[in-house]
Design a protein. Structure first.
Length: 195
């Protein structure tokens, strides 16, 4: 049975950190003929992009330091703090990018720079960096990934964080953003239903 101390898990990329924003910005910088943005990422596999652009995208996100340069998703720091204050025990639960040699340390350094000054060093001490999110105990997982591997085996309930690449998912609770205040009702509602 879940309780108030069971963590509310929160993904990093495209939930706390603007992975897609930085990726599209870099793509536009390197390819002046590209004028697209985050809204053009309509699925998890970049199928709306040409093979040449997909190759460039992979090159960009595999560069050392990429994950350290991501912008903060608007409202995410305040939302994390609010979840902490509400006793939801938030913990970052993020997957590594095995093809990027600095991904894990970049993610920790990113949290150190952007979140630690606001939420404390505990966010670093309690981070889960794993490809097997389904093995982590939690009440919920807020994640943009529309199809988390083995999620049917997980102790947590998946709440989708809205991004263009997951808008086809209609059978899961969805947080639209961190700024409208609705996220807390959604997280609380999912937790309350699972108690």
């Amino acid at each position: 049975m879940k309780n108030e101390r069971t963590p509310a898990l929160v993904d990093m990329d495209d939930v706390l950190a603007g992975f897609s924003e930085h990726l599209m910005s870099e793509l536009r910088r390197r390819d002046p003929s590209f004028h697209g943005g985050v809204e053009d990422i309509t699925d998890w596999y970049y199928s709306s992009f040409s093979a040449q652009r997909v190759s460039m995208i992979r090159e960009i996100y595999n560069e050392p330091g990429f994950f350290a340069k991501l912008p903060v998703v608007t409202g995410s720091i305040m939302a994390y703090l609010a979840m902490k204050e509400e006793g939801l025990n938030p913990r970052v639960c993020t997957a590594p990018m095995p093809t990027n040699p600095t991904c894990e340390i970049d993610k920790i350094n990113w949290l150190e720079e952007h979140f630690v000054p606001h939420v404390g060093h505990g966010i670093i001490d309690e981070i889960y960096i794993t490809a097997d999110k389904h093995l982590i105990d939690g009440s919920v997982l807020v994640d943009d990934n529309p199809d988390i591997k083995n999620s049917h085996l997980a102790p947590w309930k998946h709440i989708v964080f809205d991004r263009p690449h997951n808008r086809s998912v209609i059978d899961k609770p969805r947080i639209m953003n961190w700024t409208d205040g609705e996220y807390m009702k959604i997280v609380r509602g999912v937790i309350d239903r699972s108690l």
